[in-house]
Ligand binder design. Structure first.
Ligand code: NAD
Ligand code: DAU
Length: 354
């Protein structure tokens, strides 16, 4: 048996594929990825020559390609990561988010439904479509609100979160109407190796090391709930193995932190691990214009996945962030590679005006 992973050259997808295949008994992976600016084959370099990893450069919106992959590899599950994932980019250009996150998920669901219809007996009963989603679909919390449970109303506020909410609704409807055996996970902010340096934590690390400003939006008191990426991957594996069909599971680390605290933690770790003769890295913190429509607080109530599936994160924030900073210090070539001309253009467009 095989699993089909979409978006497996991105940040979370590549961590998922690497962790999955770290088990010698694991099923092979067909990895479908369009290699957008966020997809990077170098993340998967350690799998070169491993026959259990079959990389396919292609778009989830290409129905003929997806049909052909399903017919030839006959996967027992699809784990769907592929998406446009950056809120700031969705504000500058929402079109790509509608195309991949909404239309792409629709195409994938239709292809999965057709394929699942050809299965029989055990294979049909075992098939799963696992949709990887985000806590951002629930909107923003006030300081005293309880964390997001799975029953929280959908109130997406950005083009990105609206597109992910739409995809969640499609997945739900394909289960309700057609009986497609789906699972959905809504996870909080991830951090860890291979995180593209347009997102807060890797951006702060690479800018600090380059002596560049550390841009904090607004007052820096927005709160996110941080989870080490490998804990997200173990949560997905737990839900894929034992989640109840048609259910959603929130995944989070009970780790609410204000952005400014995150930036100061990164600075303090760099002061310890790679001291700068010019002074503490926190001297580079620069307050910039806030993100339009910026959600103030996210927090995940992870009790359902803990109770039903016994999942728990392995890392605390303290252990995970130390590993992450160390990973970036140990991989300057990866960082230099992803900071291509297109990356510089994004930094210029986005931060130039702030
Ligand atoms: P990412 O942007 O790092 O990677 C996305 C991957 O999808 C890239 O490899 C890209 O090439 C690929 N892709 C994009 N469009 C495609 C298309 N049309 N066809 C095939 N491949 C395509 O994203 P990420 O941070 O790894 O997020 C993965 C998933 O997890 C997304 O669905 C995201 O919404 C969700 N998620 C992310 C976080 C987080 O903190 N990063 C948290 C919760 C949920
Ligand atoms: O909550 C899950 C979501 O987390 C995922 O669904 C998204 O794919 C992922 O990108 C992430 O979204 P955020 O918008 O929370 O992540 P980002 O790293 O872009 O920003 C984190 C916080 O830091 C947010 O409050 C904005 C702020 N920020 C971000 C950047 C890039 C800054 O203050 N300065 C910055 O330069």
């Amino acid at each position: 048996m095989t699993i089909l992973v979409t978006g497996g050259a991105g940040f979370i997808g590549s961590n998922f594929v690497l962790d999955w295949l770290a088990d010698p008994a694991a099923e092979p992976v067909v990895n479908l990825d369009a290699l957008t600016y966020a997809g990077n084959r170098a993340n998967l370099a350690s799998l070169d020559g491993d026959a259990r990893h079959h990389f396919v450069h292609g778009d989830i919106g290409d129905r003929a390609l997806v049909d052909q992959l399903l017919a030839s590899h006959r996967p027992r599950a699809i784990v769907h990561f592929a998406a446009e994932s950056h809120v700031d980019r969705s504000i500058h250009g929402p079109g790509a988010f509608m195309k991949t996150n909404v239309e792409g998920t629709f195409t994938l669901l239709e292809a999965a439904r057709a394929y699942w219809g050809t299965l029989e007996g055990e294979a049909k009963a075992a098939f799963r479509f696992h949709h990887v989603s985000t806590d951002e679909v629930y909107g923003s919390l006030k300081p005293s609100d309880p964390p997001f449970a799975e029953t929280h109303p959908y109130e997406p506020n950005s083009p990105y979160s609206a597109s992910k909410a739409a995809s969640d609704h499609l997945v739900r409807a394909w289960h309700h109407t057609y009986g497609l055996p789906v699972l959905t996970t809504n996870c909080s902010n991830n951090y860890g190796p291979y995180h593209f340096p347009e997102k807060l934590i890797p951006l702060m690390i690479v800018n600090a090391l380059a002596g560049k400003p550390l841009p904090v939006y607004g007052d820096g008191q927005q709160i996110r709930d941080w989870l080490y990426v490998k804990d997200h991957c173990s949560g997905i594996r737990a839900v894929l193995a034992g989640g109840r069909l048609g259910e959603t599971y929130n995944i989070g680390g009970w780790n609410e932190k204000a952005n400014l605290d995150i930036v100061q933690t990164v600075c303090a770790l760099l002061d310890e691990l790679r001291p700068d003769p010019a002074g503490p890295y926190s001297r580079l913190i620069t307050y910039v214009t806030d993100r339009p429509g910026h959600d103030r607080r996210y927090a995940i109530d992870a009790r359902k996945i803990e109770r039903e599936l016994g999942w728990r994160p392995a890392e605390t924030f303290e252990t995970g962030i130390r590993k992450t900073v160390q990973w970036y210090l140990d991989h300057p070539d990866w960082v230099a590679d992803v900071q291509s001309g297109a990356y510089q253009a994004w930094v210029g467009t986005h931060y130039g005006a702030r």
